[in-house]
Design a protein around this ligand. Structure first.
Ligand SMILES: Cc1cc2nc3c(=O)[nH]c(=O)nc-3n(C[C@H](O)[C@H](O)[C@H](O)COP(=O)(O)OP(=O)(O)OC[C@H]3O[C@@H](n4cnc5c(N)ncnc54)[C@H](O)[C@@H]3O)c2cc1C
Length: 375
């Protein structure tokens, strides 16, 4: 396993539990992941069981959507979870170790090639070059995966995500996430996620790194909010399915998590989908399951890609209409089904509010015609 982070440790634990020998290679010197406030659906509890509790900071029961002076509210039947990545990853590492996986820090993957029986890996461990041998290699090494590159996968497009940790504004309840659609700043959105009664993460996804950071600074200033610390990185944009396996000689190479672009492109969430990809890779290596997990993940990622294509060229009046159309019945559907069941969610929303189909078609046409004008 190359990469000791969310997807890597989750996959390692699954494979080790299935009775295979696993070694995780992580380039960082120790287990001190950078803090990052993340929002995930309740589905995480099914994936992690009781150990999810180690990293949960807060629960979100409502979303408030804002655009151009309008707002809509959506209550969640099953609360979303706010988790701290710096707690999640050590907890996953412990699980992998308890299942029997060996962890090697300060060990950087450099390259791989076929050998007589499987794969030969070149790594640098504590400054020294080493050669390792394995039947299978899993690349869980993030958005700019070296494993993917050397095994012949095309590189994955990424977008910048920047968020500031701020004091929770007095008018924002700690169980409510706020989302602002500001198409002049970004085709994505701004969000405010409370991690406690005192603190929240306020962030933006954009297209150009510098411009995205500048927009966030201006947005904070407009709202009179002081940043306490900054978090950010580039995250993959899912545009098409990335096959998870390649054959190199007699060995198998797999990709998982951000390395395979397993990120919901409409909300840019990669934790729950990365774990689904992890389970699919573990099943492929252990030869269990029948590919159902992979099919479900593919369907999920494609639905989010359709949603993103629909909204990517929305102008201000489209967002205003969207927020207006989120009437009581649509809001009911949104609240009952999580964003990790997006196909069911989409059909239910469209059945209850057919005018959203027209709005969606307009969005797709705007994208096809390359509309730039924003009103
Ligand atoms: C600021 C921010 C906020 C986010 N918010 C959310 C959110 O709210 N909800 C959500 O679901 N997702 C969110 N995401 C996305 C989510 O964090 C990622 O999808 C997820 O963490 C990816 O995990 P991963 O294990 O696939 O990759 P990574 O976490 O990128 O891990 C890759 C690992 O591989 C190691 N590595 C890389 N190269 C090598 C090498 N050559 N040799 C050995 N090791 C190597 C790295 O050191 C790293 O530890 C956010 C991302 C960012 C940046």
């Amino acid at each position: 396993m190359v990469g000791g982070s969310a997807a890597g440790f989750y996959t390692a634990a699954e494979i080790a539990r299935g009775g295979r020998r696993v070694r995780v290679l992580e380039s960082k010197p120790d287990l001190q992941p950078a803090p990052r406030t993340l929002i995930v659906t309740n589905h995480l509890r099914n994936q992690l069981g009781a150990s999810a509790n180690d990293c949960i900071l807060n629960e979100i029961r409502r979303f408030e959507l804002f655009t151009d002076g309008r707002s809509a509210q959506v209550a969640l039947a099953k609360p979303d979870l706010i988790i701290e990545r710096a707690k999640l990853i050590p907890s996953l590492a412990r699980e992998a170790q308890q299942a029997g996986a060996a962890l090697s820090f300060d060990t950087r993957f450099l390259g791989l090639a076929a050998n007589a029986h499987g794969l030969r890996l070149e790594v640098e461990s504590a400054g020294r070059r080493e050669e390792l041998h394995a039947a299978s290699v899993v690349g869980a090494d993030g958005a700019s995966s070296r494993v993917g590159r050397v095994a012949g996968w095309p590189s994955i497009e990424t977008v910048p995500l920047v968020q500031a940790i701020v004091r929770l504004p007095k008018d924002c309840p700690p169980d409510t996430t706020r989302v602002w659609f500001v198409p002049d700043d970004t085709p994505y959105f701004y969000w405010l996620i409370p991690e406690s009664r005192e603190r929240a993460a306020l962030g933006i996804i954009g297209e150009d790194g510098r411009e995205t950071a500048r927009c966030l600074e201006a947005f904070l200033k407009r709202k009179g909010i002081e940043p306490l610390e900054w978090q950010g990185a580039r995250i993959p944009v899912y545009r098409r399915w990335v096959p998870i396996k390649r054959r190199v000689g007699k060995g198998n190479v797999y990709l998982v998590g951000d390395a395979a672009g397993q990120v919901k492109v409409s909300t840019v969430g990669g934790i729950v989908t990365g774990f689904r990809g992890a389970r699919a890779v573990a099943q492929a290596i252990l030869r269990t399951g029948h590919g159902g997990e992979l099919l479900a993940l593919r369907r999920e990622l494609s639905t989010h890609w359709l949603l993103r294509r629909t909204m990517h060229h929305f102008q201000q009046r489209d967002y205003s209409r969207l927020v207006d159309l989120l009437n009581a019945s649509t809001r009911g559907t949104l609240s009952e089904i999580t964003r990790d069941e997006s196909t069911r969610l989409l059909w239910n929303v469209l059945r209850q509010q057919p005018r959203l189909v027209l709005l969606g078609l307009r969005g797709l046409l705007l994208g096809r015609n390359g509309a730039k004008g924003r009103s």
